[in-house]
Each structure stands twice: as structure tokens, then as C-alpha cells.
Write a protein that binds this ligand. Structure first.
Ligand SMILES: [Mg+2]
Length: 176
């Protein structure tokens, strides 16, 4: 598979930087979110107030949202309870299936949908195989297990040199 499949199209320090303004700048009207370590650490079962405010701001801006998680149904449905978003659990990313289902659910052209996630070999690959752009965020809580450290190590060549955008510089950078 071509290297570009593994390369995020953009990178942000945290999910909250991907504001309605940023999405509008990118021409995006639908966002497919990964949950674990992208929006919330594993042990946070339900969205915090900050997370709820973030989702509300996108919703108010008319942005369509969905979750695609490799995690099991309980995790996703509990997290999504108060939000009521469309979701796909046990998505088997890097399979593009879950992402494709969300695009179809949104009814938007692929150019207007992005995926947001923290991992190259699952989230990024699934997004690109589905034919949409991928926005990487820094994993909230890097797991220290050998498995995760190995994964991060293998991700390095594809993450290297990415221009990680913070809220303060995101607008000027995206405009150029
Ligand atoms: Mg994740």
C-alpha cells in the first residue's frame, strides 16, 4: 500500500482544536470520530462537560458527527448515550467499512467528511481506504504497554515532520 495511505492529512494537538471554524475552513460538514484516546481516555465512560460542549458547538454549526470505534458495543453505547450520534462499534479498523457507513449515513460527498483519530494503522488507514481525509490528534493517554509502545514506534515514520496545530495557530496555518 502506498505510503500516503499512512500519512495523516493534518494533525492537531487535541480534538478541541478541530472547531466549527476550522471545519468550515476545511470545507468539512461531517466528522467521523474515533473515541478511545482521541476524545476520551479508556477509563472515562461518559463525555465530560468539556466534551459535551465541544459536540454541542459542532452540532450547532450543522456539522454531522458519528463514532467509529474498534471497541465493543457497551463502551460506545454508554459513551454515546447522552449524545445520540450514529455509531459503528467493533468496526475492525483499518477496515474502511465503518467509515463508509458513516459517510453514507451523513449523505455527504467524501470531500466534505473527515475522520479524526489517534492511530495510524487503524484510524488513518480506515479513513484513507474509505477515500476521506484524516486528521490525527495526539493520543490523550499513551498506553505504556509493550504493544502500544511498539505501535507508536512503528507509526513514527508516518508521523515524522507532521505540523501539529494548536488552537492559537490553526487558522493562519490552514489558510496558507
Ligand atoms: Mg483510538
Amino acid at each position: 500500500m502506498a505510503k500516503k495511505f499512512f500519512r495523516p492529512d493534518m494533525a492537531f494537538y487535541e480534538v478541541y482544536t478541530i472547531s466549527p471554524e476550522v471545519l468550515s475552513e476545511l470545507g468539512v460538514r461531517g466528522v467521523v470520530f474515533d473515541i478511545d484516546n482521541t476524545i476520551a481516555p479508556y477509563e472515562i465512560e461518559r463525555p465530560t462537560e468539556k466534551m459535551n460542549e465541544y459536540f454541542a458547538s459542532l452540532r450547532e454549526a450543522g456539522i454531522k458527527m458519528a463514532f467509529v470505534s474498534n471497541n465493543k458495543g457497551d463502551r460506545v453505547s454508554v459513551f454515546n448515550e447522552g449524545l445520540g450520534l450514529y455509531y459503528v462499534c467493533k468496526a475492525g479498523k483499518p477496515s474502511p467499512k465503518g467509515v463508509l457507513r458513516c459517510i453514507q449515513h451523513f449523505g455527504l460527498p467524501k470531500e466534505e467528511v473527515i475522520a479524526v483519530g489517534d492511530q495510524i494503522f487503524t484510524d488513518c488507514l480506515a479513513a484513507h481506504r474509505a477515500g476521506i481525509r484524516f486528521a490525527m490528534v495526539k493520543p490523550i493517554q499513551p498506553r505504556e504497554s509493550l504493544f502500544f509502545r511498539t505501535k507508536r514506534y512503528l507509526e513514527r515514520p508516518f508521523v515524522k515532520g507532521l505540523d501539529w496545530l494548536a488552537a492559537k495557530d490553526v487558522k493562519k496555518k490552514l489558510k496558507t
